[in-house]
Design a protein around this ligand. Structure first.
Ligand code: FAD
Length: 389
């Protein structure tokens, strides 16, 4: 099921290459990891070796220098093939923070090694227990002490921290009472987790309804080199914001991939399963929810490409990126429910993979940003209605 507007030869080649990697990692592989809550090490290594995780790293640093539209096709295709990019997708957008705002030295030191897979930049520490969606209320502090910053505080939902060498960290370098605006006094750091674990950093896994390798990260007088600072001190919130549209578009693409997987799986089962002497897919109660979800997925897919193309042309795309994430996550959830319903009781059996994908795709209505906050962005920033925060 390829959309009519996604016809470029480049995208077709990407889809074919990604599908070949995914073919090595079937449902049994993912079910086993899911049962053990284990990290898909072999899958991430295979994707890195094939160069897909370095898609957006410029060629001068060893990557493929592809644009966001192409990167989104990679993630979509992973999900469309029944795999899960949540184990590694962050590298695509966190790397952008280093690329856009890092020093020449940081880029030279890290990007080639991220590109060749010898270093992983999978962790992104923004959310805290007491700030939640209100990022600007974060409390983790990084205080300058000679050639170091001393970090104290706690992050939560820092996914993949146990499987990443590096982490992009957002921390307060000036306390709230000393800044004029809430957006000031925050700084971004690129920190080496390997050097810090057991030296001021403790990582504790959080068990969730799906296999997501998410964690809590505690900082207790962790000393990080001053050279870890990305860009200028105090302007970190702007750097994080600059990566958010890319993140939303990439997540939307994963949702589209999930949705297409559910639609194919649901339609195939509805054609095969015979009850009352005819395929269940002949019944409108089974057929129409799948057909309706298909229409919504196609519409969301168009919005995703619209957002990605605007991003790649350097145009403003906040509204489109948010709408793509909203529509794609809702369409994936609709397709997930239609597929589960079509499978009847079998949808709940692990061996069909539907229940696993069902749990996995639900996340994207909540994270990386809740759809309520997407609606708030549209209501307030696009339609000019009053702010709730
Ligand atoms: C599995 C998982 C992985 C994650 N990975 C990462 C990660 O790697 N790095 C990271 O930094 N974060 C990560 N997150 C955090 C995620 O981005 C946050 O969970 C999310 O931003 C919401 O924060 P919260 O959970 O504290 O919800 P809260 O902020 O407490 O919100 C709770 C509810 O209230 C609603 N709400 C709050 N204020 C408003 C308002 N003004 N208008 C309408 N509704 C409102 C929200 O939409 C939500 O439904 C992850 C989360 C999960 C679950």
């Amino acid at each position: 099921m390829t959309s009519s507007f996604d016809i470029s030869a480049e995208h077709a080649a990407i889809r074919e290459g990604v599908a070949q990697v995914c073919a090595e990692f079937d449902g049994a592989y993912w079910r086993d990891l899911d049962a053990r809550r284990a990290y898909p090490e072999a899958f991430v290594t295979a994707l890195s070796k094939a160069g897909y995780l370095a898609a957006m790293i410029p060629e001068e640093y060893g990557g493929s220098g592809l644009n966001l539209s192409a990167a989104a096709v990679i993630l979509e295709e992973i999900h469309r093939n029944g795999c899960n990019a949540a184990a590694c997708h962050a590298q695509m957008y966190t790397m952008g923070t280093v690329l856009r705002h890092g020093s020449a030295e940081q880029k030279q030191k890290y990007l080639p090694r991220i590109a060749d897979g010898s270093l992983r930049l999978q962790a992104f520490g923004v959310t805290e227990p007491t700030s939640g969606t209100d990022t600007l209320a974060l409390r983790t502090q990084a205080i300058r002490d000679g050639d170091f910053y001393v970090v104290n505080g706690q992050k939560i939902w820092t996914s993949r921290a146990e499987h990443s060498d590096l982490m992009v960290l957002l921390a307060r370098t000036m306390t709230r009472d000393k800044v004029r605006r809430r957006t000031e006094g925050l700084s971004v750091f690129l920190i080496d987790l390997r050097a810090l674990v057991s030296h001021g950093v403790t990582i504790k896994p959080i068990r969730t309804m799906m296999n997501h390798s998410t964690t809590e990260v505690f900082f207790d007088n962790a000393r990080i080199p001053a050279s870890s600072l990305v860009g200028e001190e105090g302007t970190g919130f702007r750097y994080i914001l600059s990566g958010m549209n890319a993140e939303r578009i990439l997540i939307a693409a994963e949702c589209i991939g999930d949705a297409k997987w559910f639609l194919s799986k649901g339609a195939a089962y509805a054609k095969d399963r015979v009850v009352f002497g005819r395929p269940i897919g002949a019944n409108q109660g089974v057929q129409f929810p799948i057909a309706r979800a298909y229409a919504h997925v196609e519409a969301a897919d168009k919005m995703r490409f619209d957002a990605a193309e605007k991003f790649d042309r350097g145009e403003k795309c906040g509204a489109e990126a948010n709408m793509a994430k909203l529509l794609a996550s809702e369409a994936a959830w609709e397709a997930a429910n239609a597929c589960l319903d079509a499978h009847g009781g079998y949808g709940f059996a692990r061996e069909y993979d539907v229940e696993r994908k069902f749990r996995e795709t639900r996340l994207y209505m909540t994270a990386p940003i809740n759809n309520n906050l997407v609606l708030a962005f549209l209501g307030q920033n696009v339609l000019g209605m009053p702010k709730s925060y």
